[in-house]
Design a protein around this ligand. Structure first.
Ligand code: NAD
Length: 495
């Protein structure tokens, strides 16, 4: 039984929950029970938030430089720690290959350091005055308490993208991790236990816990990352409670492969972008449009690379692990059966029998061709190790097809043609555009989507401003009676 079972983190301590409602956490690679988490109720939510409120007063009073030093200390501790327990737990909870778990954690401290410095770089803006001798400015201030409702797929990195920004801005934070990644998130909390104020808390639970957090009167902003369907519910709860929110929803990204490309490069980029984390990345490539001139050659190269992928337990030498939960596995089965029943052409991994005989939520990765708009694979985010491919003739038609999507998160183009690259970056409706370099991000650049993929941005300066409120301040040190003030003069009446 995991030692973090039924615990939560508050006041820099791990506390045993009094909630009677619990949920088992299953390792998706072997279906063994890892432990159980408590479903925290309103009572615990209230207690934790009331502590956070007190602690936030201390935190916001620190100078920007002091807060920055404390955040650098968190980053230093991460950089100097043995991260084996964290990476192993992430692999066991979400089925992620352990190399990818280490890869995720390796990007965490740079994001903390980025916001630590960004927040002391500027705290507002002084405007050119409309009246002489008047100081007229905008100041940036913390919002109070931010809630972070998180998905399972990048439990630490996605958490830190918004949590580091919010702490740097002077807020305290309440984290609600995914049911499937709670132990990983709790283990990570130890890195916050030397902060001078207890401004970080992590409460496990499900939708009811998430809702109780959003609805709490002292939560001032909600940052949500998860599916578009849940994003809509969170948006509704925020609207009812008149709260600002930052939403990162799902995606169903396209990749266009030009005929002006090296085919092996295109197939390697496509296999990585589509199948990484078994297709469970918000920016996984789910649909590939390939120039008709190279379609057959590309398909052969992609199939060869698909067959070379090793599928199995993430703690062993495999590229692909299982899907995260039984629900995700059943949804994926449904998508592939629906495509087959409606006449799609499906090329499965050569070891399909072996993969499907594995104990765990393993599903055979596949390439889907000849799809129709009424198939599930074309209608919604698949979030599974499947990719559709189809040929195109004119790039403008391919762009039109991409822009018809209800989502607008990421988009990839593979081309050596600079003119095509510029045409694409101008015309694609997506928040993230990658030319020849899929899935990459940068702490200094805003990350987020259009349409059903989200509202607002994380990372970059926008990612910090998400957690700051803006105040207009005008200060006149001289007490001057202005000519437009009451009472009006005779001259004013005449004009
Ligand atoms: P999910 O939507 O099922 O759950 C996300 C979180 O919301 C969980 O913590 C869950 O407990 C909570 N929740 C569920 N219902 C709620 C409610 N009514 N009120 C408040 N909280 C509620 O998502 P998931 O399956 O964990 O993650 C996968 C999804 O996340 C995919 O759709 C993926 O595309 C998306 N995602 C998006 C991004 C992005 O940056 N756009 C990044 C990662 C994942």
């Amino acid at each position: 039984m995991n030692s973090y079972s039924q615990k939560y983190y508050s006041g820099s301590k791990f506390i045993r929950s009094i909630s009677k409602k619990t949920l088992e956490v299953i390792n998706p690679s072997n279906l063994k029970v890892l432990g159980s988490i408590a479903i925290q109720n309103k009572k615990e939510v209230n207690k934790v938030i009331s502590n956070l409120k007190k602690e936030q007063f201390k935190w916001k009073k620190l100078s920007a430089l002091e807060r920055s030093k404390e955040l650098h200390n968190v980053a230093n501790r991460i950089d100097n720690s043995n991260l084996r327990e964290l990476a192993k737990t992430m692999s066991q909870e979400v089925g992620k290959p352990i190399t990818e778990a280490y890869g995720e954690i390796a990007n965490v401290s740079s994001a903390i350091r980025y916001f630590a410095e960004m927040a002391r770089n500027e705290a507002g803006n002084i405007a050119g005055t409309t009246q002489s001798e008047s100081l007229q400015m905008e100041t940036k201030e913390p919002m109070g308490i931010s809630a972070h409702i998180l998905p399972f797929n990048f439990p630490i990195l996605i958490m830190i993208w918004t949590v580091a920004a919010s702490l740097a801005a002077g807020n305290s934070v309440i984290i609600k991790p995914s049911e499937q990644a709670s132990f990983t998130s709790l283990i990570f909390m130890k890195f916050f236990n030397q902060l001078s104020a207890n401004v970080v808390s992590c409460l496990t639970g499900d939708a009811t816990t998430g809702k109780a957090i959003i609805e709490h009167k002292d939560v001032n902003i909600v940052s949500f990352t998860g599916s578009a369907e849940t994003a809509k519910k969170v948006y509704q709860s925020c609207a009812e409670n008149f709260k600002p929110c930052h939403l990162e929803g799902g995606g169903s990204d396209y990749m266009i492969i030009s005929d002006k490309t090296d085919i092996d490069f295109a197939a390697t980029a496509a296999i990585t972008s589509s199948f990484h984390l078994s297709g469970q990345i918000c920016t996984s490539t789910e649909h590939i449009l390939v120039h008709s001139k190279i379609y057959n050659k590309f398909k052969r190269a992609l199939t060869k690379k698909l067959n070379a992928l090793r599928v199995g337990d993430g703690l062993k030498k495999n590229e692909l692990g299982p899907l995260s939960t039984e629900a995700a596995f059943n949804k994926a089965k449904n998508i592939i059966n629906d495509a087959a029943n409606k006449g799609a052409l499906i090329t499965c991994h050569k070891d399909s029998e072996h993969i499907e005989s594995l104990k765990g939520y393993f599903i055979c990765p596949a390439i889907i061709e000849k799809t129709k708009s009424n198939m599930l694979c074309e209608k919604d985010e698949m979030f599974a190790p499947f990719v559709t491919i189809e040929p195109y003739i004119k790039i403008s038609e391919a762009v039109k097809k991409v822009n018809k999507s209800q989502f607008g998160l990421g988009f990839n183009m593979i081309t050596k043609d600079l003119e095509e690259a510029h045409y694409i970056s101008r015309n694609i409706e997506a928040g993230l555009v990658w030319i020849n370099n899929p899935l990459i991000d940068n702490d200094a650049l805003p990350f987020g989507g259009l349409k059903k993929s989200g509202i607002g941005r994380e990372l970059g300066k926008m990612g910090l401003d998400t957690f700051r409120q803006t105040k207009m301040v005008i200060i006149d040190n001289e007490q001057k009676i202005h000519e437009w003030w009451y009472p009006y003069s005779e001259k004013q009446f005449r004009t």
